[in-house]
Design a protein around this ligand. Structure first.
Ligand SMILES: Cc1ncc(COP(=O)(O)O)c(C=O)c1O
Length: 410
């Protein structure tokens, strides 16, 4: 009689019910309706929701300026351009992330330098960072991966010592903190995404944060096709793209921001329960607790799977078995970014000044990143909004697979 759901047994996590995402709240409906009825759907015609979103987001982060933009990818490109990246400059980028964290760099004409990943935290490996920096390096894009804050005590002195700019890609980290301060406020810029799967969704959308008034002024103009915000003439100070967020999306993002902290508190409580359960299972490695991370934001979450502790069962087969037990997990980002076809030499070269030497990215070997690609298991922040019985059933499903692993090895 098979026990495992993948072999026809009952699913261990039947009780796990994920909430609908994104959530259409009354406030979301109200703000979007107000925006629709105002007849001003675009910021340049005098709508108010982009202003309100920026004020609320800046206040939430205790930062001088927030600039609403059309998505999280364009937010990174804007930050790079505002930091003054020149064609052929080198910028250090993560090798384990969504591609935008790295692809934004060649998209503005600069050379990405991949840094390894710390498999314990999934953040950039700060020992390796020091090795990757050269005299052509002008800055670093670092991701607070899955909302787990980068070690700012170690990162900031490295940035300062080498006189680099820092862009914190906080697309996964809406609400995360380091020693009581929100992420996205430590570097020259923080960048955020409001894409639908994120914990602060507006369909598409994004925002950049900065405390630097000169950078803020430049970024604002650059986000508005080179035109000073608030002006309606056709005077354009420099060449730049249109990266503006629409009023309707700003209205939606504002409503979603207002519920972020309440939802993060639920996620944090549930994560505590889940981690306590998972930590007790041999072969499952969760991220370390770090008291300096005083609040967690959420997007995806991860743990590492050790096949040896499961009789040699391949990670992908483990994931299939867990999905069959009604736990929605996946292998996450399958490839190190430097192995993506987008980073083949010819492809990157198209974006760089003629004659720029392009590293042979696909032949890089960064052990931390490759270990994560082999062992990672990803789940969504939505799971952490389930009820406690559902959360506990995730660990029950993992234990069940471990106890019955022979069924899968035969
Ligand atoms: C870490 C990270 N950076 C940047 C982005 C890009 O955001 P967007 O999809 O809004 O362009 C994403 C989106 O998934 C992301 O996960």
């Amino acid at each position: 009689m098979p026990e495992l759901a993948i072999n026809g047994g009952p699913a261990a996590a039947e009780a796990l019910k994920l909430p609908e995402w994104p959530r259409l709240t009354e406030t979301s409906r109200q703000y979007v309706t107000e925006s629709l009825e105002s007849g001003r759907w675009c910021r340049t015609t005098g709508g108010e929701f982009c202003d309100r979103l920026e004020e609320a987001f800046a206040a939430y982060h205790d930062v001088e300026t927030a600039i609403a933009v059309s998505n999280g990818t364009t937010a990174i490109e804007l930050a790079l351009r505002a930091c003054g990246v020149q064609p052929g400059d080198e910028v250090v980028v993560p090798s384990y992330s969504f591609i935008a964290s790295a692809s934004a760099v060649p998209c503005v004409g600069a050379v990405p330098r991949f840094v390894d990943t710390d498999p314990e935290t999934y953040n950039i490996d700060l020992d390796h960072l020091e090795e990757v920096i050269t005299d052509r390096t002008v800055g670093v894009v670092g991701v607070h991966f899955a909302g787990y804050t980068m070690d700012m005590d170690r990162l900031l002195p490295i940035i300062e010592e080498h006189d680099l700019f820092l862009i914190e890609d906080a697309a996964h980290a809406q609400g995360s903190e380091w020693r009581g301060e929100k992420v996205g406020t430590f570097g020259d810029f923080g960048t955020f995404s409001f894409q639908e799967s994120k914990s602060l969704p507006s369909g598409e959308g994004g925002i950049v944060t900065t405390d630097d008034t000169v950078l803020a002024d430049r970024a604002r103009t650059m986000a508005n096709i080179g035109r000073r915000q608030g002006t309606v003439d056709y005077y354009h100070h420099f060449l730049a793209s249109n990266r503006r967020l629409s009023e309707l999306q700003a209205a939606l993002a504002l409503a979603q921001l207002e519920k972020l902290d309440d939802e993060n508190r639920i996620r944090e409580r549930n994560e505590e329960v889940l981690l306590a359960e998972l930590e007790s299972i041999d072969g499952i490695a969760t991220k370390p607790r770090d008291d300096r991370i005083t609040a967690r934001g959420y997007c995806i979450e991860n743990f590492r799977y050790d096949a040896d502790a499961f009789g040699g069962l391949h990670r992908d087969r483990f994931i299939e078995a867990l999905v069959a037990e009604s736990v929605p997990v996946s292998e996450g980002y399958q490839l190190p970014l430097y192995r993506q076809p987008a980073f083949y030499r010819n492809e990157v070269a198209r974006f760089l000044p003629r004659g720029t030497e392009v590293p042979d990215y696909p032949n890089l070997h960064l052990p931390g990143t490759e270990e994560i690609c082999r062992t990672n298991v990803t789940y969504s922040h939505k799971l952490l909004l389930a009820d406690e019985a559902g959360i506990r059933s995730v660990a029950e499903a993992v234990r069940k697979i471990r106890a019955n692993v022979d069924e899968l090895l035969e």
